[in-house]
Design a protein around this ligand. Structure first.
Ligand code: NAD
Length: 286
């Protein structure tokens, strides 16, 4: 079974981007700039934001971190977003999710200028993903597609089964695979006979957030398996399937799998950096 090494590809993408950014900064006399907004002090969100900022800084992207208290009102957050939308020096905006419950997430995502919407979650980008090649693509699905392509996984005509239908991962992933000419099935928590459908997946993308829900018996022989899940079990980071109790049988059955950690996670960050640079280039190259 082949391991699809997202960490290695992400490293390569970052070094290519660093060279491109150096050239672009000389030419356009300013660096790309991302503004991250974090509301509250959720430890997982704080750690994601920290690693996004570190990755930006490593390759020459400026990254401002706006940390707001949990008590921030929706209007206060909207005011900050308006300021960032209107700031000509800010290329890209990322509001770290989830937001506190008293703030309506969809109102906030819609308030971001869709041309600066680095996560691709604004309805305009969601729509563009469905009908054109101009969308800013959500970072996790974009990273997964880059990894599959870099590993020469053929997609055209394949049956791709996606488990999960979130706006962040499942839905844009399904849309991207459709765009790549796969036949796509989307499964979710209300799907009947999940195993029947997953056994048909030549490419199986698992984005649930529960370890051990999918086992080797549910895989098609020779499937390419993408494990998006991030779970903490006994203080250890595990995926939805990669580190499951059924690992020996999975190794026998799957042709390839993304590891956790070192698979989809680093590719998500690499795609974020790519999105910042793409947005910057659209803004400076007229
Ligand atoms: P989510 O909770 O929004 O969505 C989970 C999906 O799983 C839902 O659509 C739900 O219908 C489906 N589901 C739940 N139980 C199911 C069941 N029994 N059978 C079939 N489907 C079921 O989560 P999300 O934001 O899409 O993230 C999914 C996982 O991926 C999480 O573990 C998250 O932490 C991880 N994630 C990882 C990265 C990364 O960079 N590696 C990025 C984003 C999300």
């Amino acid at each position: 079974m082949k391991i699809l090494n997202g960490a290695a590809l992400a490293k390569k993408i970052k070094s290519v981007l660093a060279i491109e950014i150096e050239y672009l900064v000389k030419k356009h006399e300013r660096a790309p700039k991302l503004c991250i907004v974090l509301v509250g002090d959720d430890p997982a969100s704080a750690s994601y934001v920290k690693s996004k900022k570190k990755s930006c800084n490593e390759i020459g992207i400026l990254c401002d971190l706006n940390i707001m208290p949990f008590s921030t009102s929706q209007d206060q957050l909207l005011a900050l977003i308006e300021t960032l939308n209107n700031d000509p020096e800010v290329d890209a905006i990322l509001v770290q999710l989830p937001l506190p419950k008293h703030i309506d997430q969809s109102v906030i995502l819609q308030a971001i200028d869709y041309k600066k919407d680095v996560d691709g979650l604004h309805p305009m980008n969601v729509g563009l993903l469905n009908i054109s090649n101009d969308a800013i693509i959500p970072c996790t699905p974009k990273g997964i597609l880059s990894l599959l392509k870099a590993e020469d996984v053929s997609i055209t005509g394949k049956h791709c089964v996606v488990i999960g239908r979130s706006n962040l991962v499942g839905k844009p992933m399904a849309q991207l695979m459709l765009r790549e000419n796969a036949s796509v099935t989307v499964c979710h928590s209300k799907t009947r006979d999940l195993a029947y459908l997953t056994r048909q997946g030549e490419i199986l993308i698992i984005a649930i957030g529960h370890p051990n829900l999918v086992n080797a018996d549910m895989l098609k022989e020779g499937a390419v398996v993408v494990d998006v899940g991030i779970n903490s079990v006994d203080g250890k980071l595990v995926g939805d399937i990669y580190n499951s109790i059924d690992v020996t049988n999975i190794e026998k059955k799957a042709a390839a799998i993304t590891p956790v950690p070192g698979g989809v996670g680093p590719m998500t960050i690499a795609s974020l950096l790519e999105n910042v640079v793409e947005i910057y280039k659209k803004r400076v190259i007229k």
